[in-house]
Design a protein. Sequence first.
Length: 255
Amino acid sequence: MPGPQFIFLRTSSISDLYSEGVLKKQKHMIQSTRFTQGLKQKKTSCTKTSCKRYAMNKNKRKYVVLVVDGSGRGAAIVQKYSQSPKIRKIFAVPGNDLMQINSRVPVKIFPDLKTTSVTEITEICHREKVDLVDVSQDNAIEIGLVDKLTEEGFKVVGPTRQAGQIEWDKAWARNFMKRHKLPVPFYKVFYSKSKAIDFLRNRPNKRFFVKAAGLADGKGAIPAKDTKQALEAIDQMEKFGKAGKVFIIEEWLMG
């Protein structure tokens, strides 16, 4: 019976334990326990070895990167990627010759493509089995390249179209800053030329910047020292096409 045996083990002498066969049974249980523990240790050891081997193989793998940029900034990004021992090859759209000169790994550029060539860039990623895409060009962000590549299952560095709106839409960015009480110069957003002209006539000879709200290759911000120059700047918004349909007249800050 379990109850009496438990009391017997606590009160009996060693000789009594042997005579009752209890000690022999306990010895057998101890040996069985050690054997079982040995199996567990062996199994654990094998698992650790497998994990270590997997980790070593994983660390030896080298990756393929695609950079979406064609400027000096893109060349700097490519150069830094090439310095990593984990990078095997780099693609750049459209890329430039400087990328190939400064890189420590092979770089293939696509000068015939644009950063907005979403279909072609996606095809390159699939064909070349690209591991990581770095989208730094603002017009690629505006067109939704990050969104498309993410949907296709690629790992991407760069904001989605919505998250990047603060970069590619100056009117939205200014309104965002004002709404959140961030310090910004005095400004007005305009959707028509006539209203902008009326605004300027009520503020003669003020110094302003006239800015296309959209992306204009770095040429969309025009300084105006007086009303005449500001009116001329408004006329120039048309040459920026879609980017200039909405524009900002903003206080010229000195500093």
